[in-house]
Design a protein around this ligand. Structure first.
Ligand code: ASP
Length: 335
């Protein structure tokens, strides 16, 4: 398949920090560096080939380690992307990000960007100062994807290690490997290499312009609680006392919940807290369990969303005044 070239695509690169902008004391270090230090101009300078792919407009949105990502920054990023994509002179967006929370940011943008133009996140596992740093090629590949007509209407994408993933499916699966991202069970959407982009499948669930969600104001507080042997109800009770609007359970196996937590969740439901059951397993889906708990309790099954993405969707749903269990379940079954 021949690469599809748009004439002079204009791509905005929005930098937020991460290891791709990381700096270590010497080139042999791939751990023990500081993330989010190197500015976007330096990241672009390291990839002269970018000028052959697109005209780049660069913005430094933040300089953080993405482990410290905040809701406020999510909202600022979503709003800035929407403002840029509304301009006729912007054809697509690339966001450089840390790998730690990339999947959460990507899914939030997948649901709140209101444009068909490409939005592509990328990152790196090795700091910019490392021998064999992976950031420069990931950045070139991300801009290459964002510059393609075939990347329009695909929702938010993640270009990493030559693969293109859907924001809904992708998750970090390795602490240090350069091949750190997977889309469990469904696989990548396609690949990018040496200027070529090929999509092999498309995401079927609605996203971007086909969702009712936006990130305009503050998002309601939603927390995650994990179920495990000997779990106590202390975390759930503390979150309810703190006024959370929703709790996502990272359940065992198929989203099963320890009996002690189940009782605490029943009490949380009486306070009007929304409850979503997901799984801590890392792949597979969670089905409604009917009379055993979801029907009786008014809880919702997360389907194939992992706990972190289920939290993003629950926050956006509650912000959109989707609050009763049937409507929240419908939302999880749709997006
Ligand atoms: N802690 C880093 C971050 O998420 C890790 C990385 O970018 O690979 O910002």
């Amino acid at each position: 398949m021949e690469p599809i070239k748009t004439s002079n695509p204009r791509i905005a690169v929005l930098a937020t920090g991460g290891t791709i902008a990381g700096q270590a004391g010497d080139a042999s270090r791939t751990a023990g560096y500081k993330a989010g230090v190197v500015g976007v101009d330096k990241l672009l300078e390291a990839v002269p080939a970018l000028s052959q792919v697109a005209q780049i407009h660069a913005e430094q949105i933040a300089s953080i380690d993405s482990k410290d990502m905040s809701i406020a920054l999510w909202i600022a990023l979503s709003q800035r992307i929407n403002a840029l994509l509304a301009q006729d002179d912007v054809d697509g967006i690339v966001v450089t990000h840390g790998t730690d929370t990339l999947e959460e940011t990507a899914y939030l943008l997948h649901l709140t960007v209101k444009s068909d133009k490409p939005v592509v996140l990328t990152a790196a596992m090795r700091p910019s100062t490392a021998l064999s740093a992976d950031g420069p090629l990931n950045l070139l590949n991300a801009v290459t994807v964002a510059a393609q007509k075939s990347a329009w209407k695909q929702g938010v994408l993640v270009a990493f290690n030559n693969q293109i993933h859907s924001a809904r499916d992708v998750t970090k699966t390795s602490t240090y490997a350069v091949d750190a991202f997977r889309s469990p069970e469904v696989g990548a959407l396609g690949w990018v290499q040496d200027g070529r982009v090929e999509f092999q499948r498309a995401a079927v669930r609605p996203h971007t312009t086909r969702t009712p969600f936006d990130a305009q104001g503050a998002l309601p507080a939603v927390e995650i609680v994990t179920s495990y042997a000997g779990a106590s109800r202390a975390a759930i009770d503390a979150f309810v006392a703190a006024g959370v609007k929703g709790i996502v359970i990272a359940g065992t196996g198929n989203g099963s919940v320890h009996a002690t937590l189940q009782q605490a969740l029943a009490d949380a439901r009486k306070q009007g807290v929304a409850v979503v059951r997901s799984s801590r397993v890392g792949s597979g889906h969670v089905m409604r369990n009917g009379a055993a708990s979801d029907d009786a309790l008014g809880s919702v099954s997360a389907g194939t969303l992992n706990p972190y993405k289920a939290r993003v969707l629950l926050m956006l749903a509650l912000a959109a005044n989707i609050t009763n269990p049937a409507a929240i379940q419908q939302t999880f079954d749709t997006y």
